[in-house]
Design a protein around this ligand. Structure first.
Ligand code: PMP
Length: 392
């Protein structure tokens, strides 16, 4: 082949890969197709259906001809529905193709080469990759299990440099389920108040899936509102991962810059999905309570079951639908090179897919999703216990 036609990646994305979560889930799906009986506890999407009135609203919108490009920043109706909280105006809201695109827009709109973004670990894998793709530098702050996986004000203060542009906060957290209390958010806000060049992304996509009260960063730190971007969406609470609707709430100038980026990349979110998102946001939300109760019951069973396995130590998550236990003793006992090697073995040995901590920036752990039906969770748990027993 002619050398000039060889494929070459941009340096900017040299290290960017398909996420380990996707890779493992696809491997599990392939194994299933090949006839293996696989329990995949690896993905972060609710097993419940999208509420019927939401689906009906999308259907009606499509039949009514709402099938054209919408305004780049989203339909006025949906932006207003998102803005329906004290002190927010339409100009401070951007609708995107999932919360993920909100994050990408924000990074592309603000980062220059070498700009730093603070990412407390364990983190949702895409944070660091999006920062890298936008040409910035993700600065990981390790928050171990002994610190409840939470960023302390001291660790935040120590990580800030003149190049810091953003802090990424995620509460309730993926992968740990950790929820920051109002006092903890205040303590972080006090540090940030001393560093006016640092902006804050508060990813609150799991806001409504909680087992303790959840406070929005905007409510905890109103004085930082002019440099805070709230990220949220319908994917998790309304079981709408495939509809791809998320939003950002932030200062007008930031939202305008993000809208300019989005306009050149996707033109805006899907029109029919925006109609569905509107129905979700303005609906009665009757589905939420029973679903949270179901998630809580699964969580209780999973945490108890995992802690009963010798070699696993599992904290109790306060929100979202993940547990992030320490598996270091199992890794040692089995002589595995890493948590990833353990997870690969687990999938081959007993057909259970879970995601290694490495994918979230913290080795020695694994993320197990409980967004699965009880039968699958029970079977998954039994197989993990069985596998652990085989390690002697
Ligand atoms: N933030 C976090 C913390 C997530 O876990 C996810 C989904 N896995 C997203 C953002 C992206 O959500 P969306 O489907 O709306 O793009």
């Amino acid at each position: 082949m002619n050398a000039s036609t060889d494929f070459r990646r941009a340096e900017r994305i040299a290290t960017v890969e398909i996420s380990e979560i996707v890779r493992l889930s696809e491997r599990a799906a392939d194994m299933r197709v090949a006839g293996r009986d696989v329990i995949a506890l690896s993905t972060g999407e609710p097993d419940f259906p999208t509420p019927a009135p939401v689906v009906e609203a999308a259907h009606a919108a499509a039949l009514a001809g709402k099938t054209r490009y919408t305004a780049t920043a989203g339909t006025a109706e949906l932006r207003d529905a998102v803005a329906a909280r004290p002190g927010v105006t339409r100009a401070e809201v951007l609708i995107s193709t999932g919360a993920k695109q909100v994050l990408a827009n924000a990074m592309l709109a603000t980062l220059d080469p070498g700009d730093e973004v603070l990412v407390p670990a364990p983190y949702w894998s895409s944070y660091t990759e999006i920062v890298t793709m936008a040409g910035g530098r993700a600065v990981v702050i390790t928050c171990p299990m002994s610190a409840d996986f939470k960023l302390s004000p001291e660790a935040l203060e120590a990580a800030i440099t003149p190049k810091t542009r953003w802090l990424m906060l995620n509460s309730p957290s993926n992968p740990t389920g950790v929820v920051y209390t109002a006092d903890e958010l205040r303590a972080l806000a006090d540090v940030l108040a001393r560093h006016p060049n640092v902006w804050i992304i508060a990813d609150e996509i799991y806001e409504h899936l909680n087992y303790v009260p959840v406070m929005s960063f905007r409510d905890a730190a109103p004085e930082l509102e002019q440099r805070t971007l709230i990220v949220n969406g319908v994917s998790k609470a309304w079981s709408m991962t495939g509809w791809r609707i998320g939003w950002g709430i932030g200062p007008k100038a930031l939202i305008a810059a993000m809208t300019a980026v989005q306009g050149q990349v996707t033109s805006g979110a899907c029109s029919v999905s925006q109609a569905a998102g509107l129905a979700a946001l303005t609906g009665d939300n009757e589905h939420l309570k029973p679903r949270c109760a179901a998630f809580r019951a699964r969580r209780d069973k999973l945490v108890a079951g995992l802690n009963a396995i010798d070699g696993i130590q599992c904290p109790n998550p306060d929100g979202a639908f993940y547990v992030f236990p320490s598996i270091t003793r199992l890794i040692e006992r089995g002589g595995f090179a890493s948590d990833a090697a353990f997870c690969t073995w687990l999938l081959d040995e007993v057909g259970v897919a879970i995601v290694p901590g490495r994918a979230f920036g913290l080795e020695g752990h694994a993320r197990i999703s409980f967004a699965y039906a009880d039968g699958e969770l029970d079977e998954g748990l039994a197989r993990i216990a069985d596998a652990a027993g085989r390690l002697g």
